[in-house]
Design a protein around this ligand. Structure first.
Ligand code: AGP
Length: 614
């Protein structure tokens, strides 16, 4: 997902934009650039492939100064990462510049039409077609706003754009079509900011407007007007963002991911806050405003999500089926939307998405809506598209999650799913007052249990030194901890680039056991629960074939300590809450292995924090 920053005001636009792009680095990119309308009325452009530091050095060596500009970090879709494919793109005349997020699906036809009309292209990107279209309408006498509206009627696909024009050096035009990542307008005093993500501009203002699908923002230093694509005025809500800039800062940790792992004892507390009445032993979930009758009429729930959020959904299945006895299906967003799913108004579809902008999850939500299902979402990013689409929103309340590898948002999702299960169980009568109080009491102990696990971080560094050169890992879990095996494997592969597979432990003998050898460590989640004995025999099967076992075990478990090669101990936890604690050692193991291998932990190669392209 590309990063966008725009500015119009009285400060040095280049500095504001470079700072803002730095705060979006975590989203992943391969090149970056900025364009500024300079004092002499021309547009100055600086673009560089590779890290933002290279762009900063270029701007320092060849400054471009002005009071209005746009900047971009690019995650290549059309055209390889290179300086000429980096954004912003400027038209032939040189009066218009644009930055873009998304894919122009009909760019080839548009490019052929424009080349036939004499346009010369300087890049391989789809983006460049739109700046030539705008220049064409400017040449017909339209101003920037109308030229952009005209040009966008020709463009297909999910896209977000920000334009500037040297003829109107006090105006930015931002537009959003579909779900290609957000456009946020930050309201300052005598200055305005535009960004694809809140952290880019949070240090300047907390008052923000979120541009919706098929809307245009006309931004000047004195204020912003929002209209539909056709030009009809829209009353946009101004949100006050509760996050503080410090929350988005990294210090004193080495990486955002490390900070976010260690924040989890606090963030799960924030997620619980206001949703559990520990005195009364009650769960409070006003956001969903469901009656007991509606809850009892619920025939099934389908959880749709991607990546780590999908694994949270797999844990949620266990929680909600145990607590509320609602049948739960879990499906990848990218699969759900293409399988003509059997959902109707007696089903609830629950999306889980940290960013609230994952295009496959948003598309699944649209499919659910079209089929008449009740649509809920567990979301972290305030003002995101998923938040605006859902009938009921359950916030994660973790603050900005900057590391590409999701950690605190995952555990927050699990807490929300547990609370949702309790809420539905109460309404459906599957949880009487005593049982509900018991669940709430167990929840109260969770932050302390998380904190105890986080006290032993140094032992993971030792393990990482021992296993950093391995090429393959196998993760085994059973029951509610099977999805934690999947998540542990995903954490490892996405930040350390070690191949890792998560597997239901019972399936090992149906194939993966052929992989066992001394070179491939096997991480087994073998805590005290109803499948503990099965996991013990799994460990014995691995050891009998010369395998190396890293066991996640319950504190004081000497039986496992005698069998496994290495033990990671966690405190005893109520079974339905155990995944929330058990995932933390696997996050730390992945983190330290990635650091030991010298990987870019916060911005792993090829990955983006929010995948807004299919
Ligand atoms: C998780 O570590 C990855 N960054 C990725 O799998 C992520 O969970 C997935 O892209 C879904 O993102 P979302 O929760 O923002 O929808």
């Amino acid at each position: 997902m590309c990063g966008i920053v725009g500015y119009v005001g009285t400060q040095d636009a280049s500095r504001i934009i470079l700072d803002g792009l730095q705060r979006l680095e975590y989203r992943g990119y391969d090149s970056a650039g900025l364009a500024v309308v300079q004092g002499n009325g021309t547009i100055g452009v600086r673009r560089e492939v590779g890290k933002l530091s290279g762009l900063g050095e270029l701007v320092a060596a060849e400054p471009i100064t002005g009071r209005i500009g746009i900047g971009h970090t690019r995650w290549a879709t059309h055209g390889e990462p290179s300086q000429r494919n980096a954004h912003p793109h400027v038209g032939t005349v040189g009066e218009v510049a644009v930055v873009h997020n998304g894919i122009i699906e009909n760019f080839l036809a548009l490019r052929q039409e424009l080349e036939a009309a004499g346009c010369c292209f300087s890049s391989e990107t789809d983006t460049e077609v739109v700046v030539h279209l705008v220049e064409r309408y400017l040449a017909e006498g339209l101003g920037l706003e109308q030229a952009v509206r005209q040009a966008l009627t020709r463009v297909q696909g999910a896209n977000a754009f920000v334009f500037l024009c040297s003829r109107e050096p006090d105006l930015l035009i931002a537009a959003r079509i579909g779900n290609a990542g957000g456009i946020t307008v930050g309201l300052g005093e005598g200055e305005m900011f535009v960004a694809s993500d809140i952290p880019a501009i949070l240090e300047h203002t907390r008052a923000m407007i979120f541009i919706e699908d098929r809307q245009v923002a006309i931004v000047r230093r004195g204020g912003v007007q929002v209209t539909t694509l056709a030009g009809a005025p829209v009353t946009a809500q101004v949100h006050t963002i509760p996050w503080d800039p410090v929350a988005a800062a990294k210090e004193p940790y080495r990486h955002f991911m490390q900070k976010e792992i260690y924040e989890q004892a606090r963030t799960v507390t924030d997620t619980i806050r206001g949703r559990a009445d520990f005195e009364a032993g009650e769960v409070l979930f006003e956001q969903l405003s469901m009656t007991a009758k509606e809850a009892r009429a619920l025939e099934k729930m389908v959880i749709v999500a991607c990546g780590t959020s999908a694994y949270a959904g797999l844990v949620g299945k266990f929680m909600i089926e145990a607590l509320a006895r609602v049948p739960v299906e879990v499906d990848y967003g990218s699969e759900f939307r293409y399988r003509d799913p059997i959902v109707n108004n007696k089903a609830a579809v629950l999306a889980i998405t940290q960013s609230g902008e994952t295009v496959d999850t948003l598309a699944a939500m649209e499919e659910a809506r079209a089929k008449g299902a009740r649509l809920w979402a567990i979301v972290n990013c305030i003002g995101s598209q998923a938040m605006r689409m859902a009938d009921g929103v359950i916030l994660m309340h973790t603050g900005p999650e900057i590391g590409v590898a999701s950690t605190k948002a995952f555990t927050a999702s699990l807490v929300d799913l547990y609370l949702l299960g309790c809420y539905l169980g109460k309404l459906r009568g599957t949880l009487d007052k005593a049982h509900l109080r018991e669940q709430v009491d167990q929840l109260a102990r969770l932050p302390d249990l998380m904190g105890r696990v986080l006290e032993h971080g140094d032992e993971y560094e030792r393990l990482a030194n021992h296993f950093h050169d391995r090429e393959h890992f196998l993760y085994l879990g059973r029951g509610i901890n099977y999805p934690i095996a999947l998540e542990g494997a995903l954490k490892l592969k996405e930040i350390s680039y070690i191949h890792a597979e998560g597997y239901p432990a019972g399936e090992m003998k149906h194939g993966p056991i052929a992989l066992i050898d001394e070179a491939m460590p096997v991480v087994t989640i073998a805590v005290h629960d109803h499948v503990y004995d099965k996991m013990i025999s799994q460990i014995e099967q691995v050891k009998a074939r010369g395998g190396t076992v890293i066991a996640l075990a319950t504190e004081g478990d000497e039986r496992i300590a005698a069998k496994a090669d290495h033990c990671l101990f966690v405190p005893a936890v109520a079974p339905l809450l155990s995944p929330i604690v058990n995932v933390v050692p696997l996050q730390l193991l992945a983190y330290h292995l990635a650091v030991r291998r010298g990987c870019d932990v916060d911005q792993p190669r090829n990955l983006a924090k929010s995948v807004t392209v299919e």
